[in-house]
Design a protein around this ligand. Structure first.
Ligand SMILES: Cc1ncc(COP(=O)(O)O)c(C=O)c1O
Length: 415
């Protein structure tokens, strides 16, 4: 084929997008001042500082939760949440298989068995009917994950939880500012957890938080993250060596809290830009045969767009695989990935840990792990394609290159 304007870049043609994409993180003198302020204060730890408390108040308010405890990362936030709920060895916790490993690892670290319930094929979010089907007499909790920053059907999941007496921990690691029917996520269930790891929409390199509207759970979470100390006015002095429960040291530093407060000053504006970009892509990409953007339940009143997810159909692209599509897309200058390629129920780490736990509990290997979860398997192996949140911060002229590149590839391959 002659190399012309229309030749695919992967075949030596001219790429659709030749510039860069927005850098992440975004920072300026606000972050510099915040970090220098903590440095110069000489108070770098939460124990004697005020920035962590200030951030906890601000984050709780932002997520419309009465209480917030900042911790070192999103994984420890989940671990603390499950401990606070007394999830114990042998209990079962229902999780989606289409998520980061931390969601299932937190259950395993608490000695509980993760039981996988499939996702909805339109939204890729945890399906309440699959949750209900996974409930057994041992089930104690469910972890709905707001994957990509989009809440699953929380009405459905909360109703299943209520019917079966389950505790609900929202994994909102990707869902800063997301809303379900006008209420921000995190405190829709018993507890909600966030991550501030470097790719996240609010970022301090690492960091996490737990939110709740339940005062007793808040006190327990606080104690667990601060080596089992009891929250009181004198915990820093006479309560310092009083440890009423076994806990962790998962305290955030003052530097991270100051950075997060500075990053928060941009969050609403970035959310609005991502929303506008996602609406534009939804419209433009829906017109390309074989590309279907993640569907959005109308009850999702705010999507955090940590990821922009679409479903790729090889049949509309002349049978080319997703890997070939991603390579062609990258050659056109559009950075996309296949996302979670290892469903958690097939992840070697999870499979080994479940087997090990079952043998320690004296139970047969958990046969449920062998069961197919077809929607997740298809999403992971065949159709899931992700763009990251920072791409959504691009200028309209650059964003336009995403549908242009996908359309160009589709026309070339459809023949
Ligand atoms: C859905 C989900 N849960 C949990 C985590 C864990 O957060 P962290 O990396 O801060 O430990 C992440 C982060 O990647 C995540 O995406």
């Amino acid at each position: 084929m002659a190399v012309t304007e229309q030749a695919l870049a992967v075949d030596g043609g001219v790429p659709v997008h030749r510039g860069g994409w927005p850098r992440w993180p975004v920072w300026d003198e606000r972050e510099e001042q915040a970090l220098l302020g903590v440095l110069r204060s000489g108070t770098w730890g939460m124990v004697h500082g005020s920035k962590v408390t200030e951030f906890e108040t601000a984050w709780g308010r932002f997520q419309q939760a009465q209480h917030c405890v900042a911790v070192v990362n999103g994984t420890s936030a989940l671990e603390v949440a499950l401990r606070a709920l007394d999830i114990a060895p042998g209990d079962e916790v229902i999780v989606p298989p289409y998520t980061f490993i931390a969601t299932a690892a937190a259950a395993l670290l608490a000695g509980a068995l993760p039981v996988f319930a499939d996702i909805d094929p339109e939204t890729y979010e945890l399906d309440p009917a699959a949750v209900e089907a996974a409930v057994t007499p041992r089930t104690r909790a469910v972890i709905p994950v707001h994957i990509a920053g989009c809440p699953p059907d929380m009405d459905g999941i909360l109703a299943v939880a209520k019917r079966h007496g389950l505790r609900v921990v929202e994994d909102a690691a990707q869902a800063h500012g997301a809303e379900w029917r006008g209420r921000r996520v995190g405190a829709l269930g018993d507890l909600g957890t966030f991550s501030f790891q470097s790719s996240k929409n609010l970022n301090a390199g690492e960091g996490g938080a737990i939110v709740t509207n339940d005062e007793a759970l808040f006190r327990r979470v606080w104690s667990l993250h601060n080596v089992g100390r009891t929250l009181s006015t004198d915990w820093r002095t006479s309560g310092w060596y009083q440890h009423d429960i076994l806990g962790f040291n998962y305290r955030l530093t003052e530097f991270q809290a100051a950075l997060l407060l500075a990053q928060m000053s941009r969050l609403e504006e970035q959310m609005a830009r991502r929303e506008q970009a996602a609406r534009f892509l939804d419209r433009e990409l829906a017109a390309i045969p074989g590309i279907r953007p993640q569907a959005r339940d109308p009850r999702v009143t705010a999507h955090a767009h940590h990821l922009y997810v679409l479903r790729y159909d090889p049949a509309a692209f002349g049978g080319h695989t997703r890997s070939q599509f991603l390579a062609a897309l990258r050659a056109e200058g559009v950075p996309a990935s296949g996302g979670y390629t290892d469903p958690l129920h097939r992840s070697p780490a999870v499979v080994h840990a479940v087997r090990d736990l079952c043998s320690r509990l004296g139970r047969p290997d958990d046969a449920r792990l062998q069961q197919p979860l077809p929607v997740t398997e298809r999403a992971s192996a065949v159709e899931g394609v992700w763009l990251t949140q920072s791409v959504l911060l691009a200028e309209p002229g650059d964003l336009q290159h995403i549908p242009e590149a996908m359309g160009k590839i589709q026309r070339a391959w459809a023949g």
